[in-house]
Design a protein around this ligand. Sequence first.
Ligand SMILES: [Zn+2]
Length: 105
Amino acid sequence: MCETCRDLLNEALNLALRSEQFEEQERRLSTLAASLDPDAWEESGQFARYVDRHNVVYPHAKIAPASATMHLWVQDQYDKDLASWTQRARAHMMQCRPFNSPPES
Ligand SMILES: [Zn+2]
């Protein structure tokens, strides 16, 4: 793997992590929104226990344990970074030597 490939892969993992954080916040909001009394559920501490249990059962689809405001500019920056990464990754894959060389026989 060339150095640029390694950098691109590293960047992709960071993008995946950021995307996961958005999804965890989304799940927190939609789970609370489905409740009859979201404030009471949170204040009683029962929601926190629900989240703990949920995250053990669904480790690949976690709910954020604390709420964080997802500012629009954060999402916008993520979209820009993802578009930039996609473009650079495509361009590099076309010309990366190790990537395009035939397998050794
Ligand atoms: Zn490469």
